[in-house]
Design a protein around this ligand. Structure first.
Ligand code: PMP
Length: 412
């Protein structure tokens, strides 16, 4: 075999858009979960104790035990997704106030794939994506591959005009393409938007004439309070039908059942779903037929029961974390009181840097969290951090927050 002198310089061969794709701090931190003496509040992943092992095993066995069902489950399948699963989702969306039919639903490989498709569908390089600050890191990663710029969605206190958004987007060389947000128990803040805030956002999107992407994988996991109407439901009511709505919603089975089967969905007007289906075909032909069948069977048999178990399980942990923060955090530290989901968002006094503190947290206190600035498109938020209560036991939460509180007090 001939030998060449210099190996290929891969870095010079990548497309320009690869420059914006950087390793996520969370993924690096997830490796810490393997060190047994670290109490990790870092990974925002569901507790595997809730994965319905026996039921999943039974459903796979049923499918494999019936030759006809088996053949279909192990075959290529339609890009739109399993018909039975889409029918179940149509019923679920109706309960959430969105009247739609099967042609309004595309099954995706987790809602993460939906984010990637929507970024690719709407954003040309230089276009503007409007996001919350902070927002879901995985969305920033999915969108950033398209080389957009980011602007921050207006909050209650914002006095920015719609024209200022148009001007900013034009100055960046494109137009504002969509508003993206996680309205229920957000990742990373745990915050939920009120109906009034949702209406305000819709009115802003109407004025700017852009679509709204409503990403709500945690919505079923509510521990107190009452459900708030989906933005998509509010818009369908205002416009008369999903076909006239500007909202695209993303759903997921990852937090209720398991992320391992990688099943999520997009609910949108039919014309949008038709385009997305072409993207699905080009991307992976379809989601796994057997995994969709398994999720459909589980959803039909025990969705509400599974949600109830999750709510009971996580509520105790959420309560333990909030109580421990009350007891152990020094004055001047603030945090969100999440009514659901998996996260509490902590704001330290301005002069503290949560990234710098993480090293001491890991080495001295043996506690891990995610520094908040990773969730800001502009890298701000140095004094913030995200805590997840999903994995550690109540006892570990109490111990870990006590250690973190002592560390913060020392740093003040
Ligand atoms: N959106 C948000 C806000 C998330 O937190 C996550 C999971 N971390 C996802 C989407 C992706 O979830 P999945 O692909 O498992 O459905």
């Amino acid at each position: 075999m001939p030998k060449t002198d210099s190996p290929l310089d891969w870095g010079t061969r990548y497309a320009g858009r690869m420059a914006g794709m950087k390793a996520s701090e969370i993924r690096e931190l997830l490796k810490l979960l393997d060190q047994p003496d670290i109490i990790s509040f870092a990974g925002g992943i569901p507790d595997p104790a809730l994965f319905p092992q026996e039921e999943i095993a039974n459903v796979y066995a049923q499918i494999c035990g019936d030759r006809k069902v088996f053949d279909a489950a192990f075959q290529y399948s339609v890009s739109e997704g399993d018909a039975g699963l889409r029918r179940w989702i149509v019923g679920y969306m109706a309960k959430r106030g969105v009247t739609c039919d099967m042609d309004n639903i595309l099954i995706t490989c987790g809602s993460q794939q939906g984010l990637e498709f929507l970024g690719r569908m709407f954003l040309s390089a230089g276009d503007t994506a409007l996001v919350e600050a902070p927002t879901y890191l995985g969305a920033l990663q999915a969108f950033s591959a398209m080389e957009p710029v980011y602007d921050t969605l207006p909050t209650g206190q914002s006095n920015r005009t719609v024209a200022s958004y148009r001007d900013n987007a034009a100055a960046a060389g494109g137009t504002a393409k969509f508003a993206y947000l996680v309205p229920d128990f957000a990742n990373p803040t745990g915050r939920t938007l009120s109906v009034a805030e949702r209406e305000e956002l819709l009115s802003f999107a109407r004025d700017l004439d852009i679509p709204v992407i409503e990403d709500s994988p945690y919505v079923a996991l509510r521990y107190d309070g009452v459900d708030v109407a989906m933005i998509q439901a509010l818009d369908c009511a205002a416009t008369g039908s999903i076909e006239a709505s500007r909202v695209i919603s993303l759903g997921s089975f990852s937090k209720v059942f398991t992320p391992g089967l990688r099943v999520g969905w997009i609910c949108a007007p039919k014309a949008v779903i038709a385009k997305l289906t072409l993207m699905k075909q080009a991307s992976d032909l379809s989601s796994s037929a057997i995994n969709q069948r398994v999720i459909a069977t589980l959803a039909e048999a025990r969705f509400d029961r599974q949600v109830a178990q999750g709510v009971e399980h996580y509520r105790v942990k959420r309560d333990a974390m909030l109580a421990a923060l009350d007891t152990h955090m020094p004055k001047g530290v603030q945090w969100t009181k999440a009514e659901g989901g998996l996260f509490v968002w902590v704001t330290l006094p301005d002069h503290l840097d949560a990234t710098a503190l993480l090293q001491d947290a890991i080495e001295q206190a043996r506690v891990a969290y995610v520094p908040g600035h990773a969730f800001f498109a502009d890298g701000s938020g140095r004094n913030t951090l995200r805590l997840s209560f999903s994995l550690p036991s109540v006892q570990m939460i109490e111990q870990g927050i006590a250690k973190l509180g002592a560390l913060v007090a020392q740093a003040l």
